[in-house]
Design a binder for this molecule. Structure first.
Ligand code: COA
Length: 346
């Protein structure tokens, strides 16, 4: 039997982002810092290949839930809400505090709530997956849902691997999703291809090959990547997902006011923007300052765009992401931060 859709729920949902929050750890690590630490690299190489100038690293006593908590609190304050208003806490992360339990229950406890709390692991696409799940929950529960993307990637990169260590940073971003008749979140285009996970993965340290002395000696519990393959797939998948949501929405790239893609690499973002047909003026970039913060990258970039006055009521924002799995996604968002206001909505 094949499935026949009965409704339009696959399209845009009447949901708004009522608040955004961001948290970046204090420690700034420049490209020169990495070279000075003994890594055989240079500021010039990293900037020209990736666009990254610096990234943040968490302090030794900080884990992902600590970063997530700060971003979550900031998003709730931005929305003018308290923890009691929230019906669920979702944390998108690929660097949880522990393999067991999830990170979201720890964040929810620190926020002082016992509402449902769970992790989404879709690697760098995790925040988009979190938005998809969170917006559906917000509608069904008729209540705000807190979606956080948080990562401490500095703990899973091999500091001696110059091909990987230069790319990643730590941080957290969060959004409060609320049902809002004047809001619009979607359509979404989410996808995954798990046929070749070794393109970007931690080969060991999970249930397939648990940590052992041999694993530690081989350093295979660290993140490894086939950079060229990742690059090509990132460009192709984000481009296709972005075009798919525009087509599903009956919109064109000319309708998009701001393009906020996963901040992996300036060359990837430029290549996607060029293929989708959006000029640099409408592309928001934070990769130079944050590096690749995986699931935190899109909400951090959104919060930065708002902070810099680049989001206006009624603006149409195109989000895209790509990550390990492989996973990818895109969605449209109408920026309408005041859920009680119809002003400026599309
Ligand atoms: N500093 C200096 N040299 C470096 C280096 C570094 N940090 N990392 C690699 N190199 C060297 C390589 O060893 C290689 O040397 P060789 O020619 O002597 O073998 C040379 O630079 C070119 O390496 P290559 O891998 O071909 O470079 P590239 O232009 O493809 O750039 C990446 C490498 C990683 C920047 C690029 O492949 C990339 O951005 N991939 C996607 C990564 C990503 O975004 N991952 C996360 C997605 S969610």
């Amino acid at each position: 039997m094949s499935w026949v859709p009965r409704s339009q729920v696959a399209g845009a949902s009447p949901v708004t982002i009522a608040g955004l929050g961001a948290y970046l750890p204090e420690r700034v690590v420049t490209n020169d810092d990495l070279a000075a630490s003994g890594l055989d690299t240079s500021d010039e190489w990293i900037r020209s290949r990736t666009g990254i100038a610096q990234r943040r690293y968490a302090a030794a006593d900080q884990a992902t839930s600590d970063l997530a908590l700060e971003a979550g609190k900031a998003a709730l304050a931005d929305a003018g809400m308290g923890t009691d208003d929230v019906a669920a806490v979702i944390v998108a992360t690929t660097t949880p505090d522990h393999a067991v339990p999830g990170t979201a229950p720890l964040v929810a406890a620190a926020l002082g709530t016992e509402v449902g709390a769970f992790d989404v692991n879709a690697a760098c696409s995790g925040f988009l997956y979190g938005l998809r799940v969170g917006s559906a929950m917000a509608l069904v529960e008729d209540a705000p849902v807190l979606v956080i993307g948080a990562e401490t990637l500095s703990r899973i990169v091999d500091p001696t691997d110059r091909g990987v260590a230069i790319l990643f940073g730590d941080g957290a971003g969060a959004a409060v999703l609320v049902p809002d008749a004047a809001g619009s979140l979607g359509p979404f285009s989410l996808g995954a291809d798990g046929r070749d996970p070794s393109m970007l993965w931690t080969a060991t340290g999970g249930t397939r090959t648990p940590v052992s002395a041999a694993v530690l000696e081989a350093r295979s519990h660290y993140l490894t990547m086939r950079g060229g393959d990742v690059y090509r797939n990132a460009v192709a998948r984000m481009t296709a997902a972005a075009n798919d949501v525009l087509q599903r929405a009956g919109r064109t790239i000319d309708d998009v006011d701001l393009f906020v893609g996963h901040q992996a690499n300036i060359r990837i973002l430029d290549a996607v923007a060029q293929r989708v047909g959006v000029d640099r003026d409408r592309v928001h970039l934070t990769v130079d300052q944050h590096g690749n913060t995986s699931a935190a990258s899109v909400p951090l970039a959104l919060a930065d765009a708002r902070h810099r006055g680049r989001l206006h009521p009624g603006d149409t924002v195109l989000l895209t992401a790509f990550g390990a799995g492989l996973t990818w996604g895109a969605c449209l968002l109408t920026w309408n931060p005041d859920p009680t206001s119809d002003e400026g909505t599309a």
